[in-house]
Design a protein around this ligand. Structure first.
Ligand code: R5P
Length: 286
């Protein structure tokens, strides 16, 4: 039986359909002062899978997840698994400066404290987050789903990683589609400002797919598009797993010259046209 939190209702329904499992109805709303209310309705089974992304508004979605998990625990559900398609608070999986909160570790502790037996995430910002859990934790990659989409509408594209951290993603897609890949080097100056090193790319007249795990402010992608334009790319498709898309990020990306922007449904957005439902259902079935 699958339960979808309010951040992931459609994805939960698609996972349930693919697995041939029932979708458990829940009521989730806010009290007038903003506090969360949840109620699990209907008959509960012994094994439950909860699907809830913890993106913006992170605190509310996390609180809702904890309320669902603890309620299931209090209802004596034997096995509770959790799917967190986008893992919020994933940036600090360690302390970079003394006194900093290791946010990802705090969240992992709270999720485990809620009695889950297994955790499934998709392209965690840092793979090390898996090790913060003491229960089996899987970091699934959505690159095959993105590759399938690219294959359906592009012809022998070049796959470009906009920074070193994304090289693995670009290689994964390039291997699946047997096409070329390249990367750029980026330096983050502030959370909003990035600098990308100038590079000659072999993309003249070619279709190019930029791939990253997260698009947040869009700064990384805008720089990559500028570089591709300078090198004569014919068509630029921007892809990501988690379309966080803060404020006018999408507008900035199109204004820079993107022909198309696609993301997955780990987060709800205008560009979430690639579904990870099959990927998650397969992992759960295994
Ligand atoms: C960085 O480590 C990530 O892979 C993304 O490149 C980053 O989160 C993108 O951020 P922004 O869209 O704000 O440049």
């Amino acid at each position: 039986m699958i339960i979808g939190g309010s951040a992931s209702q459609k994805l939960a329904a698609q996972i349930a359909r693919k697995m041939g499992e029932l979708l458990c109805p829940i009521e989730t709303r806010k009290f007038p002062d903003g506090e969360r209310y949840i109620r699990i309705k209907g008959e509960i089974e012994d094994e439950i899978i909860v699907v809830q992304s913890t993106g913006y508004p992170q605190d509310e979605n996390l609180m809702e997840l904890f309320l669902i998990l603890k309620t299931l625990q209090s209802m004596n559900v034997k096995d509770i698994k959790v799917v967190i398609p986008y893992f919020g608070y994933g940036r600090q999986e360690r302390s970079f400066n003394s006194g900093e909160a290791v946010s990802a570790s705090v969240i992992a502790d709270l999720i485990e404290f809620s009695g889950v037996s297994e955790v499934f995430c998709i392209n965690l910002h840092e793979d090390g987050i898996c090790k913060l859990f003491n229960v089996p934790t899987h970091n699934l990659s959505a690159m095959s789903s993105i590759a399938e989409y690219v294959d359906s509408c592009m012809n022998n594209p070049v796959i470009l990683a906009p920074d070193r951290g994304a090289i693995g993603f670009a290689r994964e897609i390039a291997d699946i589609l047997s096409c070329d890949c390249d990367y750029l080097e980026k330096k983050r100056i502030t959370p909003e400002v990035v600098e990308t090193k100038t590079k000659t790319l072999n993309v003249s007249g070619r279709e190019v797919v930029i791939v990253d795990d997260i698009i947040s402010t869009g700064g990384t992608i805008v720089n990559a598009i500028k570089m591709l334009k300078e090198n004569g790319a014919a068509r630029i498709v921007v892809s990501c797993v988690h379309p966080v898309l803060v404020d006018d990020a999408l507008l900035k990306i199109f204004a820079a010259g993107a022909d198309e922007v696609i993301g997955t449904d780990t987060l709800k957005s205008e560009v979430s046209m690639v579904s990870v439902a099959g990927l998650v259902a397969d992992a759960l079935n295994r």
